[in-house]
Design a protein around this ligand. Structure first.
Ligand code: ATP
Ligand code: MG
Length: 139
């Protein structure tokens, strides 16, 4: 881990097509490695980013991923926000279950992302959109 952050690190990535998923994943991976995250944690971050970015395309059409590195309570965190102004999620509880999909998918994206990260939260309003917030703590 390098020294204190001299300035906040924040990257905003629009998401509207498959290539954007790859870019967001790659960017998250590079940021994690640069911040000294271990290989396993870096892979977890990259996979979780892919899942929420793909959800934006499949379920909402367009949106954005924001990647941030923040210092909180003496530790460094990589924060991933995925937000869209899509249809929202009517039943969040079910959406978080393994195997629940409204789009003929495996229904594993959100539940996997939650398992891969240290903190995970979803705020969604029907007709307004969805925001997923995920954090990984640096070891
Ligand atoms: N950004 C979003 N906007 C609206 N609905 C969403 C969004 N993300 C997830 N959902 C809802 O939550 C459900 C579960 O999402 P999840 O990612 O776990 O599975 P999936 O996308 O259907 O399949 P996959 O396993 O391929 O990811 C989706 O089927 C969809 O109904
Ligand atoms: Mg999904």
């Amino acid at each position: 881990m390098t020294g204190r952050l001299s300035e906040p690190l924040r990257v905003r990535l629009p998401v509207s097509e498959e290539l954007d998923v790859v870019l967001a994943r790659t960017c998250g991976r590079e940021l994690a490695l640069q911040q000294g995250f271990r290989e396993a944690a870096t892979g977890a971050i990259a996979t979780a980013i892919s899942e929420v970015a793909r959800n934006i395309i499949v379920h909402a059409g367009t949106g954005e991923i924001v990647l941030e590195v923040v210092e909180g309570r003496g530790r460094r965190e990589l924060v991933v926000l995925a937000r869209d102004r899509g249809p929202g999620i009517p039943d969040l509880h079910r959406a978080m279950e393994d195997g629940y999909s409204t789009a003929g998918g495996l229904g594993l994206g959100l539940s996997s992302a939650r398992r891969l990260m240290d903190e995970f939260g979803v705020v969604s309003t029907v007709g307004k959109g969805t925001m997923v917030t995920m954090k990984k703590w640096a070891a």
